[in-house]
Design a protein around this ligand. Structure first.
Ligand code: CP
Length: 333
């Protein structure tokens, strides 16, 4: 494996092998495996889990890491081709990324969606432009429409908790005061489909995931023997569900139109997950969310703090699966 940009690049067998390696490294430490190796982490957007878990994972394998957050102690970084750099950014990614790559053995980059142009975001225009600036081993730390490390951690969490591989997995939109990116819903939808689950995307009208994202998930489901469909009916979608995966995202019917998005979501504040959402679900139905989450806005305290919630397990598995990714990229085994 040279790069981890999208789980779809790996194929199901390679994903299963990575998950097995993650379990092995979790239970049998290899503190010298990556001795002398350096991971560079470039965050163009904020993070808690991704930043801390990659640094911790690298340290647990005997390597080291550095973190660059442009504009916070380092030069602001311009990413647009052809930009006239007479604003705040003093450095262009065309210089900055090759420089950073020359200091490390692998690089991770986080570059969120613009949220303005759906076609450009679906094409991963910004991330792909940055990725083309280095031939070093590269990890997608979350791009416009992908978050492979989150998806991998969530798959391992489902396996750890013996959630039935063919069980119903409901990916539900939840309220947030601002339009958030499509990266996590897209990656998690693909993951659940590739795991072979009975996947339902539960969302209000106007918030359907774009067709290329749905089509990619349907292809994964066809490979794995699962299924993917959409619903706007909460009780029907959640009937017999083993998992409710909650995520907030932008109104796709008016992508990039902040005023129209705000108007649509203002009527949807009841899309805050409460215990009564689970009335038709399986009794053991789990609650998942990638975090960070706004309490009592997207998910009520009682659900987040209750026995269904496995959000901490998901966050912990960011460490275990990323150790496997680093091991594969930097040790090649
Ligand atoms: N889930 C996730 O990627 O968390 P951070 O944004 O804190 O890294």
């Amino acid at each position: 494996m040279r790069r981890l940009l999208d789980l779809a690049d790996l194929g199901r067998e390679e994903v299963l092998a990575l998950l097995a390696l993650a379990a092995r490294l979790q239970h049998k430490a290899e503190p010298q495996a990556l001795a002398g190796k350096i991971l560079g982490l470039l965050f163009l957007n904020p993070s808690l889990r991704t930043l801390a878990s990659f640094q911790a994972g690298m340290a647990r394998l005997g390597g080291s890491s550095f973190v660059i957050t442009p504009g916070q102690g380092t030069w602001q970084l311009e990413t647009r081709a052809g930009a006239v750099m007479d604003g705040a950014a003093a450095e262009h990614a065309r210089e900055g990324i090759p420089v950073l790559a020359s200091y490390c053995d692998a690089l991770g980059i986080r570059a969120f969606a613009s949220g303005q142009d759906l076609a450009a975001d679906l094409a991963e225009t910004t991330f792909n432009t940055l990725a083309a600036l280095t031939d070093k081993p590269l990890i997608n730390l979350e791009s416009a429409v992908n978050h492979p490390c989150q998806a991998l951690a969530d798959w391992k969490t489902l396996d750890d908790l013996a959630v039935a591989p063919t069980g119903r997995f409901v990916l539900s939109w939840a309220y947030h005061p601002r339009p958030l990116p499509l990266a996590v819903p897209a990656a998690v939808l693909h993951m659940a489909a590739l795991r072979g689950m009975d996947v339902v995307v539960l969302r209000p009208d106007g918030f359907g995931l774009p067709e290329p994202i749905m089509a990619k998930a349907r292809r994964a489901a066809a490979l794995a023997g699962g299924s993917v469909r959409e619903s706007n009916d909460r009780r029907e979608a959640l009937a017999g569900a083993q998992v409710l995966y909650v995520k907030e995202w932008a109104a796709t019917a008016c992508y990039g139109d902040a005023a129209e998005d705000a108007r649509r979501r203002a009527a949807l504040t009841d899309w805050c997950v409460r215990e009564d959402w689970f009335e038709t679900a399986a009794p053991e139905c789990r609650l998942m969310h990638c975090l960070p989450v706004r309490r009592n806005v997207a998910i009520a305290d009682a659900v987040l703090d209750g026995p269904r919630s496995i959000v901490q397990h998901e966050a912990y598995n960011r460490l275990t699966v990323q150790m496997a990714v680093l091991y594969r990229l930097l040790k090649g085994l």
